[in-house]
Write a protein that binds this ligand. Structure first.
Ligand code: ADP
Length: 251
C-alpha cells in the first residue's frame, strides 16, 4: 500500500476576485521508505503539494492520502523555536516531557532527546539559545524537533535555501541517512539538484501546477532533455555532460 497518494488533486487560491490555480489534477503514489525530490520553477505548486500532503490544506477536488505520521519542516524554521535553550526547546517537542522533573527528565533526555540530537549533530549546542545558532545549526535543530515527533513521512520545503554549500551538503547527508537507516519516507522540495538528485530514488517535476514528469532521476532527466525543457539546465552537471556528448549511453 502506498504511504502517500494523490489522486487527481487540484487546489486554487482565491484573493479578491482572482483565482490562482496552484495544483491541477496531480496524481502520484509513493511507497514507504522512498526519498523523493520535488522540483520545478518558482510558483509551480511545490509548497502547496507539501502542505496538502501534511493535511494542512484541503484539496479543491481529488483525494490526498498519507498513511502515517507526518512531520513538516517549514521554510521559516525560526517560527518553531519557543524556548530559551535548545535543550528546553527539544523537551517542548515531547508532550510527555514538558512537566517531567529530576530522574524522569534525565531518563527522557537519555532515551529520546540525546539520540536525536546526536543524529542531527547538535551535541555541544544544547545550552545555546536557538536564535543564537547559525543557519545550518538552526536547520538541524528544527529537524531534531520534527524528528522527536517520530514521523513516518518527513516533508521539507527548501531546507538548504539559506545555507552555505558546506552546511547544505551536511544537511542533505543527514536526511539521506535518516531515510536509509530509519526508513523515514522523505519528500524534499529542493533547488540544489547537484547534491539532492544523487540521494533520491524518485523525482516529481511540477510545472505550472501540473505534474510534468515523474520517475527515477535518470528517467526524468532524459525526458526533460528530450523535450528541451527549461528545467534541464538545473540538472546536475553529470547529466548535462551526458546530454552534450550524445554518446548513446544511458543517462
Ligand atoms: P512553489 O512552492 O513551487 O514556488 P507555491 O505552491 O508556493 O509554488 O505556489 C503555487 C501558486 O499558487 C503560485 O502561483 C503562487 O503565486 C500561488 N499562491 C501560493 N500561495 C498563495 C496564497 N496564499 N494566496 C494566493 N496565491 C498563492
Amino acid at each position: 500500500m502506498p504511504i502517500v497518494e494523490f489522486k487527481n488533486v487540484s487546489r486554487i487560491y482565491v484573493s479578491g476576485d482572482h483565482e490562482q490555480k496552484a495544483l491541477d489534477k496531480v496524481s502520484f503514489s509513493l511507497d514507504e521508505g522512498k526519498f523523493v525530490v520535488i522540483l520545478g520553477p518558482s510558483g509551480a505548486g511545490k509548497s502547496t503539494l507539501l502542505w496538502l500532503a501534511a493535511g494542512l490544506y484541503v484539496p479543491l477536488s481529488g483525494k490526498v492520502t498519507a498513511s502515517g505520521k507526518v512531520g513538516l519542516l517549514p521554510q521559516q524554521v525560526q517560527s518553531i523555536f519557543v524556548r530559551k535553550t535548545l535543550e528546553e526547546d527539544l523537551f517542548e517537542a515531547l508532550p510527555s516531557a514538558r512537566d517531567a522533573q529530576g530522574r524522569q527528565r534525565e531518563a527522557l533526555f537519555a532515551q529520546r532527546i540525546a539520540p536525536v540530537a546526536a543524529r542531527c549533530g547538535l551535541e555541544g549546542l544544547l545550552h545555546r539559545h536557538p536564535f543564537d545558532l547559525s543557519g545550518g545549526e538552526q536547520q538541524r535543530a528544527a529537524l531534531a524537533k520534527v524528528l522527536l515527533q517520530q514521523p513516518d513521512i518527513l516533508l521539507l520545503d527548501e531546507p538548504t535555501s539559506q545555507l552555505d554549500p558546506v552546511a547544505a551538503s551536511a544537511f542533505l547527508t543527514t536526511l539521506s541517512r535518516l531515510n536509509r537507516e530509519l526508513g523515514v519516507t522523505v519528500l524534499l522540495v529542493e533547488q540544489r539538484l547537484e547534491e539532492a538528485l544523487p540521494l533520491c530514488d524518485r523525482v516529481l517535476l511540477l510545472d505550472k501546477g501540473r505534474l510534468a514528469a515523474q520517475g527515477s532521476p535518470a528517467a526524468v532527466g532524459q525526458a526533460l532533455c528530450k523535450d528541451a525543457h527549461g528545467m534541464f539546465e538545473a540538472m546536475p552537471t553529470a547529466m548535462r555532460v551526458w546530454a552534450a556528448v550524445e554518446s548513446g549511453a544511458a543517462c
